[in-house]
Design a protein around this ligand. Sequence first.
Ligand SMILES: [Zn+2]
Length: 195
Amino acid sequence: MPTPPGEPRGAVARHTAYLPHFWDKATNSRPIWRIDWGHPGFTHRTPPEPTADHQPTALVRSWDRPAPDGTGETWPYLHRGACLGCTWEGPDRRRTDEAVEDAHDHTHPGWRDLPAVPERQGRQWLTHVQHLYPDGWFDRGGPIRTVRIGIEKQHKPRAAPGGGYDLAVQPPKKNDPVTAIAEVLPLVFGGAEAA
Ligand SMILES: [Zn+2]
């Protein structure tokens, strides 16, 4: 949906405009776009600082209306991928994780092709991961893709080695023919840590 005239655009501008309404008890601030709680740039008081380069975050607002995609369902919230370094915003999404993925398409193109690795485990883990990922990737705030075998399936902000997102990947099904995961898993699960 187009941005109404006069409305701020981009994560930093929107969150900065949101904060006074959040503290003003007379305003219902829920329908105002802001950075989602816990995501990069989220603050309660001081406006967020823009980053020097493109960095992902996620916006949210309450909605409680029919889905913008015309499916007829009611969505309680809208989510959008956004950037802390510019005013880019992604399409309206139902789930936070979809918005986070949109944001990475903007800030870290190519992330979808990176190998999925096991969740952080032991001293060897970081060394293995750094060999598998492009040079300097994590220093640029790049995400890591981890296979989640527990109940936690959501993307996690600030959980990559350089402070970027840990993006969840579903474990491969038993009979999946080929995945990068199968090559990587034995490195750690059967590695020196266990000895
Ligand atoms: Zn950007």
